[in-house]
Design a protein around this ligand. Sequence first.
Ligand SMILES: Cc1cc2nc3c(=O)[nH]c(=O)nc-3n(C[C@H](O)[C@H](O)[C@H](O)COP(=O)(O)OP(=O)(O)OC[C@H]3O[C@@H](n4cnc5c(N)ncnc54)[C@H](O)[C@@H]3O)c2cc1C
Length: 501
Amino acid sequence: MTGVARSGAPVLVIGAGPSGLFAALQLARLGVPARVVEREPRPPRQARATALQPGTLEILGQAGLMDDFLASSVHLEFARVFDPALAPVAEMAFAGTDSPWGFECSLPQWRTEEILADRLADLGGTVERGTEVVSVRPEADRVLVELRGADGAPETAETSWVIGAGGAHSLTRQSLAGDLAGETYPGTALAGDVRVSCGLPRDGSALIASAEGYVLLAPLPGERWITFIGDLHRDEAELLARDISPAAVAACLRRRVPDAVELTDIGWGSTFRMHRRMAPRLAGERWFLLGDAGHLSSPFGGEGLNCGLHDAHNLAWKLALEIRGRARPALTGSYAPEREAAAARVLETSDRIHQMAHSAVEAARTGIAPEPLSAEDAAAFTRARAMLDTSYADSPLTGEYGSPGGRATTPGSRYAGWHELPGPAHHLVFSGADHGDWTRFIDRWGGLVKVGRGRAHRAQTGRPKAVLIRPDGYIGFRASPADAAGLDALDAHLSSYLVPA
Ligand SMILES: Cc1cc2nc3c(=O)[nH]c(=O)nc-3n(C[C@H](O)[C@H](O)[C@H](O)COP(=O)(O)OP(=O)(O)OC[C@H]3O[C@@H](n4cnc5c(N)ncnc54)[C@H](O)[C@@H]3O)c2cc1C
């Protein structure tokens, strides 16, 4: 076709927010170049999403980014609730899970994007700023994308795969998957990057619940704080819609926390509505939706940005294997069901945190405290909030042979310590004695599957077991016993989505 330029890269990423940048970076680590286009001419400087959860830190660690994130952030070990006089009401600790990171990293979103963009540049990737995608047309064997360059010049590009990471107003989603279905929470809130004088500890986030509403304050580097103030009263919302002035923000704070917090400076500030919404589908044959383009959750959970990074982590290895000719269609086909289930869980958890904040306000109004969580529920809630409980148990990429084993290796769940396994590969970990002939996996799946004994699986006696860990750290298959029939089942499982050597 005349006027259509074949893109040099097999993947076109729309949007250089956290989701698009991390997808491009993960692909680059796997040797797959991507063309990244971003309509904004300059990188943003907004604090917006500041919390990186322990489950996300594992992903960033495996991508070699932990030193930068640890050095650039405040480490929040607790999420606490306070009364308006800043007396503690409740506390949740991030420690005590099976993750090495017993805290959230708190840093402005622009800094997260800067770290991702710098690493992408180290790997040879670039972001084409000022370039906007105006239409996306998937065909059987390619996708046609209309773009408008920084100089206004139109371009039609042909690519093999499109990653739609254009945020809440994603054109890819609107044109290919339709509107986000779900609900918008009532009321308006204010988010701001502020400096305050207060006696709050800087090792955790603080939800201050008063009869007038709530204020969330979480430490940021440089003695700053991110604040959410809601639900705004009508007079406050009208005032802030005109101007987010220090005086208006200080008045909102004073109304909820009369004496204990004093605003000294506001940098970025914005009013916003909160949503619980999801796209009808997260992928088609040659396109995928990542991050806010596919799902929106209440920022109370601090999970929206994180969920986009998890999307990218799930997709990159699958797409890289597809592009290298080592995948069957089932592999990229698993992105949508896996991430739809994971995003639904994130929306549920964020909604629960959202409701808890409002219950705390209700308790301040009525004087009736909500029922405390049982120890078991509190532990499960911490894992959910930390984003350690994602499960792909119902995925077509998850299987099991024989009798169920222990919970630590439940198929579909995250394999604790996965991020220490070398390289982006599948790992086949054997334990016990008298396995079938496992050396055949080395010949047949060499290069795709590393075979060995994990640190936690040194036992050479007992029932033979095999656990398959995917490149993204999830348990894809468990054979127990890993006898000849168990290994046949494992081989058939791998063959269902990978092409052998
Ligand atoms: C006030 C507020 C507070 C929040 N707090 C948290 C929090 O604490 N924790 C958390 O995890 N999340 C939080 N979030 C959510 C978080 O900011 C988003 O989830 C996150 O930015 C999503 O990243 P993304 O890359 O998917 O989309 P975005 O960050 O929206 O990036 C999309 C990019 O695509 C570009 N783009 C769009 N369309 C096109 C096009 N057609 N062509 C080219 N480029 C295009 C846009 O310019 C943009 O740069 C908060 C959000 C808000 C508004």
